[in-house]
Structures are given as C-alpha cells and as structure tokens.
Write a protein that binds this ligand. Sequence first.
Ligand code: ATP
Ligand code: MG
Length: 556
Amino acid sequence: MEQEKEIVSKNFIEQIIDKDLEEGHYTTVHTRFPPEPNGYLHIGHAKSILLNYGLAKKYNGKFNLRFDDTNPTKEKTEFVESIIADVKWLGADWEDRLFFASNYFDQMYEAAVKLIKKGKAYVCDLSAEEIREYRGTLTEPGKESPYRNRSVEENLTLFENMKNGMYEDGSKVLRAKIDMASPNINMRDPVIYRVARMSHHNTGDKWCIYPMYDFAHPIEDAIEGVTHSICTLEFEDHRPLYDWVVRELEYEHPPKQIEFAKLYLTNVVTGKRYIKRLVEEGIVDGWDDPRLVSIAALRRRGFTPESIQKFVDLCGISKSNSSVDYAMLEYCIREDLKLKRPRMMAVLDPVKLIIDNYPEDQIEYLDVEMNLENPELGMRKVPFGRELYIDREDFMENPPKKYFRLFPGNEVRLMGAYFVKCVSFEKDENGNVTEIHCTYDPETKCGTGFTGRKVKGTIHWVAAKTAIKAEVRLYENIIDEEKGVYNEDGSLNLNPNSLTVLKDCLLEPEFAKAQPYDSFQFVRQGYFCVDAKDSKPEALVFNRIVSLKSSFKLPK
Ligand code: ATP
Ligand code: MG
C-alpha cells in the first residue's frame, strides 16, 4: 500500500526518469537550468529552477547552472549577475557547475564540421526570405535549396570562410541536411549557423558566426553530461531536431528532452518582454519593483525562498498550459510567515488617543508575546503612556451596527494593555477627527486574569512618546493580464492604484532593530517587509507583502 501511494504521487517527469534508470538508459540523473541572460528571472523560471534542482537532489544526481548565451544581441553581464543571485537565493546549489554555452563555441564549430563531413550539413546562399519561401507550410512540403548538393569539400571550405569573416552578415548560412518534405517544419533543413558580426559579452569579437539555439542547446547538454533536458512545451515540436543533433553527432550518452507546461499566474504579467517594457519606460522602479513577479521583485517585496518552493510544489508539474491563481502565491507566503515572524503593532493612518485619567508623564512597559501562536519567539516590552495613536478606521463617530471598535461611549481593549472607554473627541474645521479622549480601567490590565466584564473589540495602538515613524507602501498588481495588457493606442493598460505610499505611519519602538528584508506581521493589517533598497535605519520603509485576509482555499 505504502509503495503504491508513492508511485501515484510521482509526477510524469519522475516516472520517465524512473523508467530510464530501470531500463538502464542512464545510470545517474543530471539536470540543468539554462537561462538566456537577456533579462531578470521571474516566478516561472523559479518553477523551472526548483524542478530541475529538486530532481537532481531527489535522485542523488547533479544540477548545472548554464547560461545559454549563444545570441549576443540582448545579453548583458548585469543579467548574468542577477540570475546568479536569484538562483542562489532560491536555494538551488550548482556547486562548482556554473557554465557558459559560449565557452563551447569551439566544440560547436567542430560539431558543425563533423556534420558537413558526414554529408549532413551544407552551406546555403539563399537569403533569409528565400529560405522562408522554400520552407513550405504546414500543408505544403518544402523545396530543396539549389545549394543543397554542394560537395563535402566545398562545404568545408565555405564554412571555414564563414568563420574567417569572408562573407557579409546574412549572406550565407550553414543548414542541417535533413528532409524538406518532413511534416515537421523544424526538420526542413534548419539553419544551424549564421554569419553575424556582434560583440559577445564573453567571447568579445572572436566569432563572427553564431550557432542557432536548436543546434547549440543539445550540444551544450551533451557536453555537460546532462541526462534529462527539461524545457517548456513550446519546444515539443523541436524535439525531433534535438534528437537528430545528438544522434548525428554520435554522443555516447545522448541527453533526452522532456517538456512540461509553463507556469502562468492570473492578474500579473510574467513575460520578460512586458517586464522589460515597464522597466525601460520607467513605469516601475527597476526589475526589482515590488509590483513585479521577477524573483528580485518578490524577494524585495518580502517573499521567502520557502514560500516560493511551497508554491511551486502546490502548482505541480503538468503537460497542459493553465494559469494559477495569484492568491495561491499569497497563501504560500502567509503560511510561511505565520509562525516564523513577530506580530507587532503599527498604525498606518494615525489619530491621537488621550487617556484622560492616566498619569501625565508615566511610561509603563507591558510584556507582550512576539507571536501568540509561537511562544518560541519570546516576549517583548511595549511602552504604554497617556498619549497613544490608533488607526483612524478604528474610531467612528456614528458607527453602523456590529461595529465593535471605538465610538463615543463604547469600551474596547487596547491590545496587550487595558480597556479604554471613549468619552469625547475633537474635530478640525474639515470635520476630521483630531483627538479621541478615553478613560482607562487599571483593573483590566492584560495578563492579570481580569474577568469582570467583556468587550467585543480589540484594537492596536502605539505610544506617542516612543513611536517611530515609517513609510509604508501598499501594492496592487500593476497590469492585469485578464483585463488586457495594452490599451487601444498600444500603451500599457496600467492599474492607477498599483502603489499607495503612506508616509506617516507610526510603529512600536521594537521595530527600530529591523534590518533590510526582515518581515513582520503588523497585527490586524498584514505582512510587511523592510524595503532593501530605500529603507534606512533612521527612515524605515516597509513593503506590504500581503494582507491578512483571503478568500483563497487550498484545492483538495
Ligand atoms: P520568457 O518567456 O519570460 O522570456 P524564456 O523562456 O525566454 O522566458 P529563458 O531564459 O530562455 O527564458 O528560460 C530559461 C528556462 O526557464 C527555460 O528552460 C524555460 O523553458 C524556463 N521557463 C521560462 N519561462 C517559464 C515559465 N513561465 N514556467 C516554467 N518554466 C519557464
Ligand atoms: Mg528565451
């Protein structure tokens, strides 16, 4: 029974791997994550990273981080560095196996020569447009290039000349000689090398020919000894070409490509090109703007590697594309922080509360649990005095029914402290409440076991004298994919409320110790994280990671 259960819970990739090991196709498992350094990584990449790393770990195998940097146009060192930082942060450990595909350019060149010598590749002079025309369509077979039957000798010379810079960009390409009548268009003599004078971030100006992805990728995998080359569904139609390359190049233990569905999230954009546009147009504060779902942004917002691992686990691995509810990601971070992080008091929209019968200059230090549900986090001292601040929405002059917070004549508990009863309040000329006056009952102190009477509401507060000021940023999604990414004029359809900045928030003094990336529950308000970019010890800035409430239910 136990064993059966285990088999059932394996995803389809694990089932393939099990079979491969059982049948002796491979003796070990070796995976890789192969990002192209042309942008920052996002939540979708996190899924791929954790999947590949997780499989290597599970099967006691190896995991490589390899930059797929064979197309210099959009690649930058900034992206290489950010990707390394993100993969490390997620906890995927490549040990000493960090590779760059561009370091294999010599081997790729040799591989191309090998194909030419086998009569499996030829230099073609057709223009890009002609190649497209000759390729045919889904319903019509392609036409053979007039250069297809060049001799091996001629091809070797021409290809060497390509490498030596004797031809204009785009004037000649090397093509695999496969089958112009194949029902799979990818197999109709695909281009495998092109002439392009571009400086490469790693190899500089050494090369003026560059390999195409479909040729380069299987070679990269084979060179590194990768066994299972896991990629996303759009490459399914390319698999026959992948297999052709590793077969014709006669690798002893050819890698195997397996595809799974990309991760999409509702209400947000994940595609690199959307995020890039938001960054380049200056709409967001860089690739790590907390409204984005790049890994850098999630980290800055306050997500933890554990929460992302949990999210990816809940998503599972599938063969059909679908979108996951953004609320599930929020659920995962709440679950992760719930017991781990302190719950302290912060007032986001302060209004003064004065306790008329409390001694003028007295400060009292109350002992309060860091986290009621986790005693291991210990206690803290919270100063209490005659003048406090509470959140504006916790007082109403004319409350509706079932409002249990503060209103004239009503008594509530100040969290961790005393009962207070509202006796009066003051307003300014605009009708805004400026001061609320209460009296307190010394008998009702928290922790003394008072049972004399009950109140229906408990509100949070901070003492005026010791409060620290902070800026708090509240976020909503910046683009809602379901509502449409673009406006009619091609501009981005942005949510005008994606960022709310609260400048005058007041926190209890314990927050003074907060460091960048530290996160907390602000009681009754949500989870917040110290902004690593803008927060300073004397001017704290917090990001709201997520509010406390959700309608999200974990699928059974
Ligand atoms: P994007 O579509 O956002 O530009 P990409 O696929 O071009 O991403 P790469 O750097 O080429 O980005 O991808 C690196 C790896 O991450 C690839 O193996 C790719 O299949 C995987 N990957 C990319 N997006 C997702 C996603 N949404 N879900 C799961 N895996 C993904
Ligand atoms: Mg890509």
